[in-house]
Design a protein around this ligand. Structure first.
Ligand code: SAM
Length: 230
């Protein structure tokens, strides 16, 4: 069985898509997507040898060599322009996801949908999408085995939509903030508690310039999130 995290990513793949799963590791996601009729074919991209081997093994084991092409390469380097219309990038930090998209911009022309699952730093992904006119269509937040994950879905369009309060929504996610479900509240209440702990620790330290500016920065974030959650 696929993890709830990857199942959620897969649920946003449009029926009949041609998919590139970048950083595919064991290639569970493209195999699952094919076997459940979401996609007609896929590229599984991997930069590292170990995960590349397990991707190849999984594809062979499932008998999907003809429809899932496992390729070694950095980011979007593994696809040709126009080859796929949907890209998934899951299980990495937001900075890495944004860097992969930035480095592979010229491969995105025929791509209709991006499904991105940053483990941390979702705001960095949202910022990249805004700056490159990808419109956020949906967001999901879920908890699995004590970890909280966000899934972002974007299509080419107006990067500014659906944002209203840019600063807060960039950090928290416009759809997630609107929905304010239990997982979302848990995540941000945990973050708030964590930031407040650091502020208290900084208070006990010498009043160095860097401690003061760190504290001010955290207090600003605390205020932003508390006001947004209210
Ligand atoms: N996508 C799978 C998932 O969500 O379960 C695997 C996530 S795994 C933690 C991250 C994978 O991304 C690793 O296998 C790593 O080798 C791969 N990776 C990291 N940077 C990459 C890059 N620039 N291009 C392709 N793959 C990359």
């Amino acid at each position: 069985r696929l993890s709830k995290r990857l199942e959620t990513v897969a649920s946003f793949i449009p029926k009949g898509a041609t998919l590139a799963d970048i950083g595919s590791d064991h290639a569970y996601l493209p195999c699952y997507a094919y076997l459940h009729g979401y996609i007609t074919k896929a590229v599984a991209g991997e930069v590292a040898d170990g995960p590349l081997r397990s991707a190849k093994l999984q594809v062979e084991r499932t008998g999907l060599q003809d429809v899932i092409s496992v390729r070694k390469g950095d980011g979007l380097e593994v696809i040709q322009p126009g080859e796929v219309d949907c890209i998934t990038i899951a299980g990495m930090g937001g900075t890495l996801i944004a860097n992969i998209l930035e480095a592979g911009k010229d491969k995105l022309s025929g791509v209709k949908r991006l499904i991105l699952q940053p483990n941390v730093g979702a705001h960095i992904v949202r910022k990249w999408l805004i700056d490159h006119q990808w419109e956020l269509m949906a967001e999901c937040i879920l908890e699995e085995e004590g970890k909280i994950y966000e899934v972002l879905v974007a299509e080419k369009g107006d990067g500014k939509r659906p944002y209203r309060n840019m600063e807060a929504e960039l950090l928290l996610g416009p759809f997630l903030l609107k929905e304010k479900n239990d997982v979302f509240l848990k995540k941000w209440n945990n973050e708030l508690a964590h930031w407040k702990r650091i502020v208290r620790q900084l208070d006990e330290k010498a009043e160095t310039e860097s401690a003061i500016s760190k504290k001010q920065e955290l207090e600003k974030k605390i205020k932003l999130v508390e006001e947004a959650l209210r």
